[in-house]
Design a binder for this molecule. Structure first.
Ligand code: NAD
Ligand code: ZN
Length: 343
């Protein structure tokens, strides 16, 4: 089948790959429709590695996908041929200790699309466990289906924060992950989400989505938060930039007893201000991808409470997928999510 193959660092090819997958009793085969390009795909393309994960063999990229079921295994009850679906890209060992504890995202044996040595989904078809394949409602498009994956990251962060109705949240970083986290926080009951960045077009988009946008070049975050909360501070701070400075100052806009969720992944280890956290007895949470949130993310899209469509700023056909990656590696400031349509 045709696939977008990362042959080596900075060398992509649309190639015929020999991936033979048979549909097991609990699997489905899916014809891929839309794949979102993630920061991690671009990172593998440009640098060939993320931390300990090194691309040693040519690898198919992509992990944010939607498509149509074209074959179902004999035991599969929840899906049928023709269903429009999106997929969780990580497949854990179902018998692992982490999976039994409900933390299947943390199973050390998890096989995650486009994390070497596992091929991703920028290819014609994939075989996937039915239990990690989710039906899309009629009013949710393939594009939105592909964005369930990043939205799930925001949903996991909102879950960990244990948001209460009326909470005020800060999100540092207005990239894809910051935006979906802000949306998940609003949908989870936050009365206000204050989101920061240095790139004005991204902030303008977040403002259209109902968030209070703060350009940290022009405005001081702490002053804005103090004004919004009578000097008390934000109930939750989501760090979604991975930027060293944002991590260091994450506790500043927080209220006493509030919660900071670290989502961003700094490329190198960075300092955290422990005493600032202690002085507020801050609750500190971290997330690694997500578990058990896809169905709720899809429900929120179906209900209209979360609309990710404006985030899909650039769409390419599969034949132009190398161009799509070249663009995603050096995008306009107005770009948020670059998507590739396979059909
Ligand atoms: N924990 C997880 O499971 C998980 C999952 C997906 C992504 N991530 C991480 O989340 C982070 C964000 O991902 P993304 O795809 O949105 O990246 P992105 O590069 O699109 O967005 C990051 C944004 O942060 C902004 N920024 C940089 N420094 C800032 C600062 N000091 N204050 C405010 N904003 C600042 C940038 O301008 C950019 O718009 C990355 O570090 C990524 O690795 C973590
Ligand atoms: Zn992703």
């Amino acid at each position: 089948m045709k696939a977008l193959l990362l042959k080596e660092t900075k060398h992509l090819e649309i190639a015929d790959v020999d991936i033979k997958e048979s549909v097991g009793p609990n699997d489905v085969r899916i014809k891929i429709h839309t794949v979102g390009i993630c920061g991690s795909d671009v990172h593998y393309y440009l640098h060939g590695r993320i931390g300990p994960f090194i691309v040693k063999e040519p690898m198919v990229l992509g992990h944010e996908a939607s498509g149509t079921v074209i074959e179902v295994g004999t035991n599969v009850k929840n899906l049928k041929v023709g269903d429009r679906v999106c997929m969780e890209p990580g497949i854990p060992d179902l018998n692992s200790r982490a999976t039994l504890l409900g933390m299947y995202n943390l199973d050390p044996a998890v096989r995650f699309w486009a994390t070497p040595p596992i091929h991703g989904c920028l290819r014609e078809t994939v075989v996937h466990p039915a239990m990690f394949t989710f039906k899309l409602p009629d009013n949710v498009s393939f594009g939105e289906g592909a964005l369930v994956e990043p939205l799930a990251v925001g949903m996991q962060a909102a879950k960990k924060a244990m948001i209460q109705a009326g909470d005020v949240a800060v999100v540092t970083g207005c990239g894809t992950i910051g935006m979906v986290t802000g949306m998940a926080a609003l949908a989870s009951g936050c009365s206000k989400v204050i989101i920061t960045d240095t790139l004005q077009p991204k902030l303008d988009l977040a403002a259209k989505m109902g968030m209070t946008a703060v350009n940290i070049i022009k405005q001081d975050l702490k002053t804005v938060v103090d004004k919004a909360t009578d000097g008390w501070g934000a109930d939750v701070v989501f760090e979604a930039s991975g930027n060293e400075n944002a991590v260091l100052h994450a506790f500043e806009p927080l209220r006493p007893g509030g919660c900071v969720v670290f989502i961003g992944m700094p490329v190198e280890p960075v300092p955290v201000d422990i005493v600032s956290a202690q002085a507020k007895e801050a609750r500190i949470e971290t997330i690694f991808r997500y578990a058990h949130v896809y169905p709720r993310a899809i429900n929120l899209m179906e209900s209209g409470k979360i609309n990710v469509k404006p985030m899909i700023t650039d769409t390419y056909k599969f034949a132009d997928s190398i161009k799509a990656f070249e663009y995603a590696a050096n995008p306009k400031p107005t770009s948020v999510k670059v998507a590739i349509e396979m059909q």
